[in-house]
Design a protein around this ligand. Sequence first.
Ligand code: COA
Length: 254
Amino acid sequence: MSQHLLIDRSDAVLTLTMNRADKKNALTRDMYSAMAEAIASAQNDDGLRAVIIQGSESCFTSGNDVSDFINVPPSGPNSPVYDFLKAICHASKPLIAAVNGPAVGVGTTMLLHCDLVYVAEDAKLKMPFVNLGLCPEAGSSFLLPRLLGHLRAAELLLLGEMISGQRAAEIGLANHALPAGQPVLEAARAAALRIAELPPSSIRLSKQLIKQGVTSVADEVMEREGEYFASLLKGPEAREALTAFMEKRKPVFS
Ligand code: COA
């Protein structure tokens, strides 16, 4: 349970809403644990057919809580962030994302594990791992080049470039980019309700087939990324970048 995660269950759809507006829905250990638990238990719940993940109307999530990165860095495969990543990587039921505003770091990499992604045209997707003295996570170093090709993946992961929701849909990182006035949650919910009416075994096996060969590699890659990430997080570059963010100044890497 986390006060910063709203959980709604209706019409066979589980909707998880990240709800920490004052910190742009930055993800804490409690939020990761609550999301991991909800997603994992939905897999064995015959009354649920799909899971929607959303943020608020102005922000999906600003990624991992930066002060947690400094004070309680992820400690390997038993940490809440890994529980969450494993849950989305291994989910057998469709995961659907509804993205408004910024989706930073894991806010974008979690989308790579979703089956359907709806974004607002003016959403802002960004993976500034290198900018923070870190490296890709959540299997993104494998999943992103697979999805977009090496050059586009390098642009997003090495330069940490921000792209709009519209661009994300153009390059295949999202299914649809919705203009202002067309709520992304409505689109996500309509898709979830369509899935809820389809035969569940067929959906489950089809998802398994679509992801064949992907899940096990993503799993291995996540472990390797996790080792590099944990080691970089202790280093001087990340410390400077993260402290600079908290102090609202530009980092200096000299
Ligand atoms: N962790 C902790 N706090 C965060 C945060 C994060 N990931 N993202 C935002 N916040 C906090 C800010 O420190 C600020 O707190 P304050 O009001 O106590 O000063 C508050 O949320 C609002 O953020 P702010 O940056 O002022 O809002 P903005 O609208 O100007 O920008 C973002 C929003 C999302 C674009 C910006 O906050 C951002 O880029 N955050 C990303 C942080 C990051 O690098 N995440 C890790 C990725 S691996």
